[in-house]
Design a protein around this ligand. Structure first.
Ligand code: 0RA
Length: 671
């Protein structure tokens, strides 16, 4: 927390009890109002000048971040027990309205600033607005920068507060208040309503909100904050069947993380029927944990600090792992089930098929790591580890049948790992050799600096050949992959490391696997290409192969995706020709528009695969950095991504069909 925020806390304490109606500000107060608002504006101007410093970026992510920022404040009210209902509406013009039944932002005079506290909260950077000690404010992450940041980055914002029987309102443009806070009526309601429209001179890429992205976050928040009703509605999309007439959902979770785990494992087969859960406080740190085992081979661990997904893990996650390993090990040892085992069980053997969520609340979290999503606070580790040990010890004692099944699974995992060690060592040995160690199928580039280099993973040998001719061999390498690569979602890890195509990917990329305490940990320090581009046909088969490769990256090389190294190439779908004139089209609409602009008599070629393009065409449309479009793969929401991959690549067919029907970009093309 900054010093300035502390000063505000002091000022507010002195101010307690003295409720001054901001409408009555006169004389000196008015002067103070203008003087201080200039200072406030400097901070606000800084936000507009360097928005990324406050919200990460000004792309799609930053745009959505604005909503999370406001909703976080409402969640804070809920965590303090002051609020149980939050709603988010995407309006037709992509403005957002959030509403909560919390205490309402205070509107009385803020002594130090000489204006209404509401105006301070909305226009002063770092004021944060929360003056009470017991709220978990986030200091290092991207959340918790304050609603004033949202205000600064909106071309219009209206704050409406229902408090003490009155309705108060103030509007702003680009963070500047248009008038002092005024009372506009009476009310029995209590709470805060904020409507903001993101400034399109800041968010130049797009101001279009994604319903799915926001809905996923609201669902996540409802699991993380049980008992709070969170609804979302999209006024841009009508839905005859819904009560409101618009697309929308209401999320409410009675059991919190327990339900979250069940939701995550919805498309997997349970190993044990129960979700093991605990909730409590250890050394003043609130800890919540829920876990279960399924029959898959993947570890599915998610962690949160103050409702923020800590993608890079940290002390709470290592505490969980430690607690889990020691408790299960102790139980397995005393049960005698390990007697015949000739080798040691390792940490990750205990986590195959594990789905778990760890959520902690930390008063002053230290965030570290590349994306500032790794918790650094040392004291949290033992708090979580103790909590997990207690919870699990009790559970295993009370459920001996489950305990047996879990230990059996662990033993199987250990045996499979043992068997895989050889395969993995082969991969390792190959990567160590720099010459001759590279896969024979790889056509490498000449530049040695990974930052400049790209590798195209190309479906099929023939397209691989075209790409090899078409590329710029200075910085572009080609690795052809034979047909469908292994579905890693269904394969045991040692099969994965045994697979030819996958071994080629490891060696070509120069990444290695396995450290002391985690045999699957990835080392990407020696990554040979900073862009890894998946290039597949633009048809159903191609998109399936794309998904298989992405599943592999997601499960086995997630750091590569998180580092922003994984891309998808977008080959065109059509070539529209008339005489000498020709243009490529990536969508049906583009194709029609080009055909129209050529005013009839055109020939249209539909590219069914990369193989139908010659080397020059492939370079022009898909590989030349000056013209191509690469889609970078990001993981906005790891829990959602996990569910989607387990569903797409897992055993259950109905949910997969539903998803594919909803998202079938290619369906009508091939029909
Ligand atoms: C400052 C102080 C208090 C509450 C809030 C801000 C607050 C902010 C937002 C933003 C959206 N909804 C919100 N609800 C509350 C404490 C209020 C008190 O002490 O009465």
């Amino acid at each position: 927390m900054s010093e300035e925020a502390n000063k505000d806390e002091e000022a507010n304490k002195k101010n307690e009890g003295k409720k001054t109606n901001p409408e009555h500000l006169t004389g000196d107060n008015k002067r103070a109002y203008s003087a201080d608002s200039i200072q406030a504006l400097e901070g606000m101007e800084h936000v507009r000048m360097r928005p990324s410093m406050y919200i990460g970026d000004v792309g799609v992510r930053g745009l959505h971040h604005l909503v999370y920022e406001v909703v976080d404040n409402s969640i804070d009210e809920a965590m303090g027990g002051h609020c149980d209902t939050i709603s988010v509406v995407i309006n037709e013009d992509n403005s957002i309205t959030t509403k909560d039944n919390g205490r309402g932002i205070p509107v009385d005079l803020h002594k130090k600033e000489g204006v209404s506290a509401l105006e301070v909260v909305m226009t002063k950077i770092g004021a944060g607005g929360k003056f009470d000690k017991d709220s978990y404010k986030v200091s290092g992450g991207l959340h918790g920068v304050g609603v004033s940041v949202v205000n600064a980055l909106s071309n219009h914002l209206r704050a409406t507060v229902h408090r003490d029987g009155k309705i108060w309102e103030q509007e702003y443009e680009r963070g500047k208040s248009l008038y002092p806070v005024k009372s506009i009526g009476e009310t029995d309601y209590r709470g805060t309503i904020v409507t903001f429209h993101p400034d399109d001179t800041i968010f130049t890429q797009t101001i279009e909100y994604s319903y799915e992205t926001l809905a996923n976050r609201m669902r996540e928040l409802s699991f993380l904050n049980k008992g709070v009703t969170i609804s979302i509605m999209d006024k841009r999309q009508k839905d005859k069947d819904s009560e409101t007439g618009y697309v929308g959902e209401t999320f409410y979770s009675d059991e919190g993380l327990k339900e979250f785990v069940r939701f995550l494992d919805g498309t997997r087969e349970n190993l044990i029927q129960n979700v093991i859960a605990m909730e409590g406080e250890k050394n003043d740190i609130p800890v919540e944990v829920a876990m279960t085992y399924n029959t898959s081979y993947t570890e599915n661990l998610h962690s949160y600090v103050n409702n923020i997904n800590t993608h890079e893990g940290g002390t709470h996650l290592s505490g969980f792992r430690r607690g889990l390993t020691s408790t299960l090990k102790k139980y397995a040892d005393s049960s005698g089930m390990l007697d015949k085992l000739k080798f040691e069980i390792q940490g990750d053997d205990f986590r195959e098929g594990l789905t778990a969520i760890v959520s902690v609340k930390v008063a002053e979290p230290q965030f570290e790591g590349q994306t500032k999503t790794k918790l650094g606070n040392r004291e949290v580790s033992s708090a979580v580890s103790q909590a997990v040990s207690e919870m699990l010890t009790n559970y295993l004692e009370e459920h001996p049948d489950d305990a047996k099944v879990i230990v059996q699974k662990v033993i199987l995992a250990a045996q499979a790992r043992h068997a895989a060690t050889k395969a993995r060592e082969m991969v390792q040995r190959k990567t160590v050799m720099s010459i001759g160690g590279l896969p024979g199928k790889l056509s490498d580039c000449s530049d040695q600096d990974p930052v400049n280099c790209e590798v195209f993973l190309v479906e099929g040998d023939s397209a691989g050949g075209t790409a090899k001719q078409g590329r710029d061999r200075n910085f572009q390498a080609i690795l052809p992959l034979r047909g469908k690569i292994l579905n890693v979602e269904k394969a045991m890890p040692h099969r994965v490391f045994d697979n030819e195509e996958i071994k080629n990917i490891y060696t070509a990329l120069g990444v290695t696997i396995g450290t002391e305490d985690d045999s699957k940990a990835l080392n990407i320090e020696k990554l040979r290409y900073h862009k890894v581009v998946i290039m597949c046909d633009a048809d159903v088969d191609g998109s399936h192969i794309e998904t298989l490769i992405l599943t592999f990256f997601f499960r086995y090389m997630r750091e590569l995706i998180e580092g922003g190294h994984v891309y998808i190439a977008t080959p065109p779908l059509y070539l529209v020709k008339k005489g000498q004139k020709k243009r490529y089209a990536w969508t049906d609409e583009e194709r029609d528009a080009i055909a129209d602009s050529y005013s009839g008599g055109v020939s249209i070629q539909r590219y069914k695969g990369l193989g139908e393009m010659n080397a020059e065409q492939l370079w022009d449309t898909t590989m030349n950095p000056d013209f191509r479009t690469l889609r970078r793969i990001t993981i906005d929401n790891a829990t959602e991504a996990d569910r989607i991959f387990s569903m797409l690549m897992g055993d259950e067919v109905p949910p997969r069909r539903e998803f594919i029907e909803k998202n079938a970009v290619y369906a009508n093309i091939d029909a």
